[in-house]
Design a protein around this ligand. Structure first.
Ligand code: SAH
Length: 355
């Protein structure tokens, strides 16, 4: 008789739409043997669908201004102690040059929801990157919720991809952490982005107080329904200047299980080991995420003078170091895992929206 965990792993892997009870069962595994079984299964699915390459995306955090009020995030507008910055177009382009020089072929331009930012300003930056590198360099944006017309402007300027995490797919739970924001609008953004031809990344935040395994299981069903090209599974880290400062940090194991189950359900979706996972201790736990289904890492190329100020959560990995080479530790990690760093654009493995 095959054991129950293996049976459920195979059923989830083989089904077109995963059963909620099966997902909850896998997310709730807590003996070491079964967890190892889950991680190994996810690692096999990753190898089969994505290969052994670890894809890199160089991230530039170009503005820390934000009009939003996400309760967990240090950039939220109610945090009046944070020194805000916005890079100049030249600073962004210089950072992109560094990314290109490091051999990386995807740039991610990320920011808070900066309402003072002129969408045309960002469109011009995208167009300049496109002009300078043709289609050698993929451009990903992650600047929050905007009108469809703005997303179209950026797409027409040459953007390839967009990252916007749903954070949680449960609308009531979403409302608790996003006062004054709209779950429906966030979903609208994700739908618009896909319709406009972006490769779309979403994902969720693991470890918010009151989040149940069932809520996380529903997130995975939401991922499947929208067939995202990339999914970031982050771990919540309390920020001292937010009203969640006394909340417990997200649990690492739950985060890794969430990533592993997402891999088994989504198969070829790109799954990064998020920086938050690597920021909870001296030991870089991104390696655990890479061993349980992850295939992407996003090294930080925000200029030294600013990277510490993009404080979504405290103690972000490596933001204090100057002239730090963010690729070096990833090469070492790849070696440890018996894998390699892949310097390609790393487009979506789903057939839609590939240039
Ligand atoms: N304004 C953009 C970018 C947000 S920052 C947007 O809305 O998409 C990128 C991600 O950081 C968020 O999607 C969120 O999941 C994560 N994040 C925010 N606060 C965090 C915290 N305290 N701990 C861990 N991750 C956090």
């Amino acid at each position: 008789m095959i054991d129950k965990t293996l049976q459920i792993l195979q059923r989830v892997y083989g089904s077109d739409f995963p059963d909620l009870g099966d997902l909850v069962y896998l997310l709730s595994l807590d003996d070491e043997g079964s967890k190892r079984q889950l991680y190994r299964f996810a690692d096999d699915v990753r190898r089969k669908y994505c290969g052994d390459g670890i894809l890199l995306r160089g991230i530039v955090e170009f503005s820390s201004y934000c009009r939003n009020t996400c309760r967990y995030c240090g950039l939220q507008k109610n945090n009046t102690t944070l020194q805000r910055y916005r890079l100049t177009a030249q600073q962004v382009l210089d950072a992109v040059d560094k990314i290109y020089g490091a051999g990386i072929r995807t740039v991610v331009l990320q920011s808070g929801e900066d309402e003072q930012m002129d969408p045309q300003w960002l469109a011009d930056i995208v167009a300049q990157i496109r002009k300078r590198y043709n289609s050698e360099m993929a451009v990903t944006l992650s600047a929050g919720e905007w009108d469809r017309a703005v997303y179209k402007l950026w797409k027409d300027a040459g953007a390839d991809r967009y990252l916007l995490k749903i954070e949680t797919s449960d609308s009531d739970f979403y409302a608790k952490f996003h006062p004054g924001m709209s779950f429906e609008n966030r979903v609208r953004c994700l739908v618009d982005l896909a319709e406009l031809g972006y490769q779309v990344g979403s994902g969720s935040l693991v470890g918010l107080a009151g989040q149940t395994m069932e809520i996380l299981a529903k997130d995975i069903q939401f991922f499947k329904k929208h067939n995202f090209d990339m999914l970031g599974i982050g771990l919540f880290i309390p920020h001292g200047q937010t009203d969640l400062k006394d909340s417990r940090r997200g649990d690492l194991e739950t985060t890794i299980k969430m990533l592993a189950v997402t891999r088994i359900v989504m198969k070829d979706t790109h799954l990064p080991a998020t920086t938050a996972t690597g920021s909870i201790s001296e030991y870089d736990h991104r390696i655990d995420a890479m061993a349980a289904g992850g295939n992407v890492i996003m090294p930080n190329f925000t200029p030294d003078d600013y990277k510490e100020l993009y404080e979504i959560y405290p103690n972000k990995r490596c933001v204090k170091e100057k002239n730090f080479d963010p690729v070096k530790p990833i090469v070492a990690m790849a070696e440890k895992l018996g894998r390699y760093v892949e310097l390609s654009r790393g487009d979506s493995l789903k057939c839609r929206n590939i240039r």
